[in-house]
Structures are given as structure tokens and as C-alpha cells.
Design a protein around this ligand. Structure first.
Ligand SMILES: NC(=O)c1ccc[n+]([C@@H]2O[C@H](COP(=O)([O-])OP(=O)(O)OC[C@H]3O[C@@H](n4cnc5c(N)ncnc54)[C@H](O)[C@@H]3O)[C@@H](O)[C@H]2O)c1
Ligand SMILES: O=C(O)[C@H](O)COP(=O)(O)O
Length: 530
């Protein structure tokens, strides 16, 4: 039974599939401090959060069973990604579910700013009928500068066009071609600052974007600018903004987010007549909360059940087209890695993976992660390695991961060859393929061609090719109550070196392997479990 802790308010409807899953127990405990969370996290396999819970290194350290942190939303700045990656904790988010909702909130803020709605509301309900103080401006024919043209920024630009606005857009990844397609004008930050009437930011908070609008930008800013921030506090320098408003450069600002949340009671935004604020409500609609919770619950289930999942924040994204080509190979890739590590059973210096045939023209990194996981898990334990931290663990142990593509596929439609180089410059090679209609097959072990299904308990025997070997191995295993399900023999030349690979029904005792090595002509016997 997997235990999932929900530590922020997350939509019940959205997490219904987790609550309904027979193998999952969901517990909700919101409002916990770091120490309180660290004290209980050890019991849980998954943690679901929004932006309130700070998932710090201390919490991950205490989360000995933690496999995944699911963020029901976009921003993961409340999660220590480096600490998660180091420990193999997968961090996933729900990047699409709240895009429209946040875009609509941006518009609500822009309209409220243009028409002084919060200020007018406050006065009206206070009994003052003031029709003079709140002269607004239209959006029509105004220029809107959009900084960050990702999911939300693009939707904002689309809607702003419907309001008759002209759009200046800046994003390091926005090409001229895409800008034209979206009917926006590609601009620099400086162009926007100097020419826009309204400006809205939709970037993440990074070292690059922190205070990207600060004193130098305010100094050259078009007079009367109105600024909206529904992205992250800190993109716009808060103190410099207040100064710019007081100096008459900026006409007003609408902020949903703060450099520190919640803001201190004496934060200058909270009492400024030209600044309107909401308490980080950008994603707070019924629809968005349901969407993000559904998305994140689905992925958490996949991860807990060891099923392939789409994207993790602490791994590079994989295009759906690449994923659909690679996914069928994940299981055999991991098994080949594990088989190679178990048969080498020595410290590994290099993991060399060669992809051929169908796998020669696709970005195979996600598949390599499974192979590396398979190799390392034999030495480090299944619970300590996964596809998120495998590459990191290999690097930290000075294990080179070398990938080649497009070598000969030896007649197979697809061929994965894993070669482990070990300390004494020895090599262990295992190659496998997915055979149409027959599934996974190991087709080569070291220099010997074989045809073996990689599953269950196997015994890999190295021996001299001579009459009676199969019989003596079979007899000895029979005497020890080990039932053989299948057997394959591989050799290069008659009477030379050979290998035997047996699939047996249960784990083999160590002393049975020792007895096998006493048989005349038998060099080694290794048990391999897949
Ligand atoms: N207020 C809320 O409740 C709320 C809700 C959802 C998202 N957000 C925040 O909104 C922001 C945008 O979300 P999104 O889903 O559109 O993300 P996104 O990843 O789709 O888009 C972000 C864009 O910013 C661009 N960018 C990065 N650095 C930049 C720079 N220096 N200058 C200009 N552009 C830069 C990226 O290229 C990308 O296109 C994030 O910070 C997210 O956390 C806030
Ligand atoms: O990054 C996000 O998704 C937003 O900031 C929403 O945060 P929330 O889930 O805490 O509302």
C-alpha cells in the first residue's frame, strides 16, 4: 500500500483517482511547518503540494520512502530540486492545467488597474459616492508589453488582441516566425519599457529574471505605464516600483505575487493607493484546481506503480513523439543493464550503450536512463536508484556513460547493446531486442549469440563445450530441487568456450552455485535475477 500525503489544499475531485486506487492511501494534513512535516514524512511514498509547503532538503532527508513530490501547479520554486535529484525523488508538476485561469486573472488585474475597480469598490461600500477620482483608461489601441511568451504569456497576448491592443513581446525563445504567426511584434525589454502603456510579466523567477524590471528600467520607462505581475514576486523590483509610482513614472500596478509570501503587514504595496493586490490567486479557480490535481494525481500513480510517466521537472522534457518510440524499450533496457551488471559483478568504469536499427535516429537519453538505472541498482539497491538520479549517481562515481548510435543491427529491426567496462579493462556485453510477436529477447552475451527471454531467475554458466555438460548441470540442479524452465547454449566453435543460460523457477541457493562450479569443465556459475 502506497501512502500519499497532501500537505496543501488540493481539489478533492482532482485527487479522486488517488483516493479510489486500491493500492493507495491518501492522508491530508495541511498547514504543517518544516519540523512538523519532517517528523511525519518518513511514512509516505508521495507528497502532493501547491506553493505553500516548502519542500526543503531537511524534508527530503527525512522522507526515506519518498519517491515523488507532485506539485499541483506550475512553479516549483518551493521545492529544492537539487536535493530531490540527489536522492532520486522525482518532482512533477502540472504545467498546463492553470494556464487559462492565470491568463484570465491577469486580465482581471489589468482591467481592475485600468478602471480602479478595487479602490472605487472600497470607497463605494464605505458610503462615499465618488465619481471624480477614478477616471480610467481604455485598453483599446494601447500597447501591451509581454515579458515571457510561454503558455500564459501567449494566451494573454491572444486575448489582448481581442481588446484591440498592440502587442510587444519578449522571450529568449520567441522567434520572428512565431511572433508573426501570433501577430505580436518581437521586441527587447528596452523597447517594451520605453514604448508600452501596459506591461505584464509571465516568466519564471530565475537569476536572469530577478529584478529584470528595476531602477534602470524605470528610469527610461514610458510615463504612465501600468504594470501587472501574476507570475512570480521578484521579477519586478518591489521597492524600485514604489519609487517609480511615487515619482509619477508608473501610473499603477497590479500584483498577485510578492517577493516574500505572505507579505509583511507593513509591505508598501498593501497601503499604496495606486497598487492593487491579490493573495496569489492566479491559479485559484475550480477548473484550474481540478485540472492540476487530476494531472498530478495521474503522474503520481504512474510513478508509484513504476509505470512510465511523461515529464519530471528534475529531468529534461521528452517530446511525446520521442516518448512513444522509446517507451516500449524501457523495460528491456533496464533488464539489459541489470543483466550486464549482475554478470560482470565488478566495479564498473564505463557503461557503453549502442543503439542500432529503429533506435539509431531518435534521442535515446530517456532510454539510457533506464539502462543506467538497471546497471547501478544491482550495486546500490533498487530503492536508491531511479531514472532521475541514475545519471547523477553514475557521474558522482566517475562512471562514464557513453552512447553510440547507428552501428550495425546484425539483422535485427532494433538492437540495444550494453557493454560494461570494469576495472581490469574487462568487458561484459549483453545485447537485446524487441522481437515482433515474441517480445523481449537477449540475443548476445559477450561473444556468444543466444536467444533468451530476460525474466525471472536465471543461471549464467561459463563452461567448456564438451558432451555431458548439459546433463551434469541438469542432474545437479534436479538433486537440489531446482526446476529448469528453459535452457540455451551458446558457443563460437565446437569444443571451445561456451555459455549456458538457464531460466529456473526459483532463486538458487549460493551453495548450489558453488556445487555447480565443482563440475568438471564448468568455469563459473552466476545467478541473475530480473
Ligand atoms: N499567480 C499564479 O497563481 C500563477 C499561476 C500559474 C503560473 N504562474 C507563474 O507564471 C509564470 C509563467 O508560467 P507559464 O506556465 O506561462 O510558464 P512557461 O514556462 O510556459 O513560460 C515561461 C516563459 O518565460 C520565458 N523566459 C524565461 N526567461 C526569460 C527572460 N529572461 N525574459 C523573458 N522571458 C523569459 C521562457 O522562455 C518561457 O517561454 C511562472 O512563473 C509560473 O510559476 C503563476
Ligand atoms: O505556479 C503556479 O502554479 C501558481 O503560482 C499557483 O500556485 P498555487 O497552486 O499555490 O495557487
Amino acid at each position: 500500500m502506497f501512502k500519499v500525503l497532501v500537505s496543501d489544499p488540493i481539489s478533492d475531485l482532482g485527487i479522486q483517482q488517488l483516493m479510489d486506487a486500491a493500492d493507495v492511501q491518501v492522508e491530508k494534513k495541511t498547514g504543517l511547518g518544516e519540523d512538523e512535516l519532517a517528523a511525519i514524512i518518513g511514512e509516505y511514498d508521495a507528497l502532493l503540494v501547491r506553493s505553500q509547503t516548502r519542500v526543503t532538503e531537511k524534508i527530503m532527508e527525512a522522507g526515506s520512502k519518498l519517491k515523488v513530490v507532485g506539485r499541483a501547479g506550475v512553479g516549483v520554486d518551493n521545492i529544492d530540486l537539487e536535493a530531490a535529484t540527489k536522492r532520486g525523488i522525482i518532482v512533477i508538476n502540472a504545467p498546463d492545467g492553470n494556464t487559462i485561469t492565470t491568463c484570465e486573472h491577469t486580465f482581471a488585474m489589468m482591467m481592475a488597474l485600468a478602471r480602479h475597480i478595487p479602490q472605487a469598490y472600497a470607497k463605494t461600500i464605505g458610503g462615499v459616492w465618488d465619481r471624480k477620482s477614478f477616471l480610467g483608461v481604455e485598453l483599446r489601441n494601447k500597447t501591451l508589453g509581454v515579458l515571457g511568451m510561454g503558455r500564459i504569456g501567449s494566451e494573454v497576448a491572444k486575448r489582448a488582441k481581442a481588446f484591440g491592443m498592440n502587442i510587444l513581446a519578449f522571450d529568449p525563445f520567441l522567434t520572428q516566425e512565431r511572433a508573426e504567426k501570433m501577430e505580436v511584434k518581437l521586441a527587447s525589454v528596452d523597447d517594451i519599457v520605453r514604448n508600452a502603456d501596459f506591461m505584464t510579466v509571465h516568466t519564471p523567477l530565475t537569476p536572469d529574471t530577478r529584478h529584470m524590471i528595476s531602477r534602470p528600467q524605470f528610469e527610461v520607462m514610458k510615463k504612465g505605464m501600468r504594470i501587472v505581475n501574476c507570475a512570480r514576486g521578484g521579477i519586478i523590483d518591489e521597492l524600485a516600483l514604489v519609487e517609480a509610482i511615487d515619482e509619477g513614472i508608473v501610473a499603477g500596478a497590479a500584483f498577485d505575487v510578492f517577493e516574500s509570501e505572505p507579505p509583511q503587514k507593513d509591505h508598501p504595496f498593501l497601503s499604496h493607493p495606486k497598487i492593487i493586490v491579490t493573495p496569489h490567486l492566479g491559479a485559484s479557480t475550480v477548473e484550474a484546481q481540478e485540472n492540476v490535481a487530476i494531472d498530478v494525481s495521474e503522474e503520481v500513480l504512474h510513478i508509484l506503480r513504476n509505470e512510465p510517466f511523461k515529464n519530471a521537472v528534475n529531468m529534461p522534457p521528452v517530446a511525446a513523439s520521442v516518448m512513444s518510440r522509446l517507451q516500449p524499450y524501457f523495460a528491456i533496457g533496464e533488464k539489459l543493464g541489470s543483466f550486464a551488471a549482475q554478470s560482470a559483478n565488478q566495479a564498473v568504469n564505463e557503461i557503453h550503450v549502442d543503439y542500432a536499427g529503429d533506435l539509431s535516429d531518435v534521442d535515446t537519453l530517456p532510454l539510457t536512463r533506464y539502462i543506467v538505472k538497471g546497471v547501478l541498482a544491482h550495486h546500490l539497491g533498487d530503492e536508491n536508484v531511479n531514472i532521475v538520479n541514475g545519471m547523477h549517481l553514475a557521474k558522482s562515481r566517475d562512471i562514464n556513460v557513453v552512447v553510440t548510435q547507428a552501428s550495425k543491427s546484425k539483422g535485427f529491426t532494433n538492437l540495444l547493446t550494453v557493454t560494461l567496462k570494469t576495472q581490469n579493462d574487462e568487458e561484459t556485453l549483453v545485447a537485446g531486442t524487441l522481437l515482433n510477436g515474441y517480445g523481449e529477447r537477449i540475443v548476445q552475451i559477450n561473444k556468444f549469440p543466444v536467444d533468451v527471454a530476460p525474466e525471472g531467475h536465471q543461471i549464467l554458466i561459463s563452461h567448456h563445450d564438451k558432451p555431458g555438460m548439459i546433463g551434469s548441470v541438469g542432474t545437479l540442479l534436479g538433486q537440489n530441487d531446482v526446476n529448469i524452465a528453459s535452457m540455451q547454449v551458446g558457443r563460437k566453435i565446437i569444443g571451445g568456450e561456451a555459455i549456458m543460460i538457464l531460466t529456473v523457477d526459483k532463486a538458487v541457493q549460493k551453495d548450489v552455485l558453488t556445487q555447480l562450479t565443482t563440475l568438471p569443465g564448468l568455469n563459473s556459475a552466476i545467478e541473475i535475477t530480473l
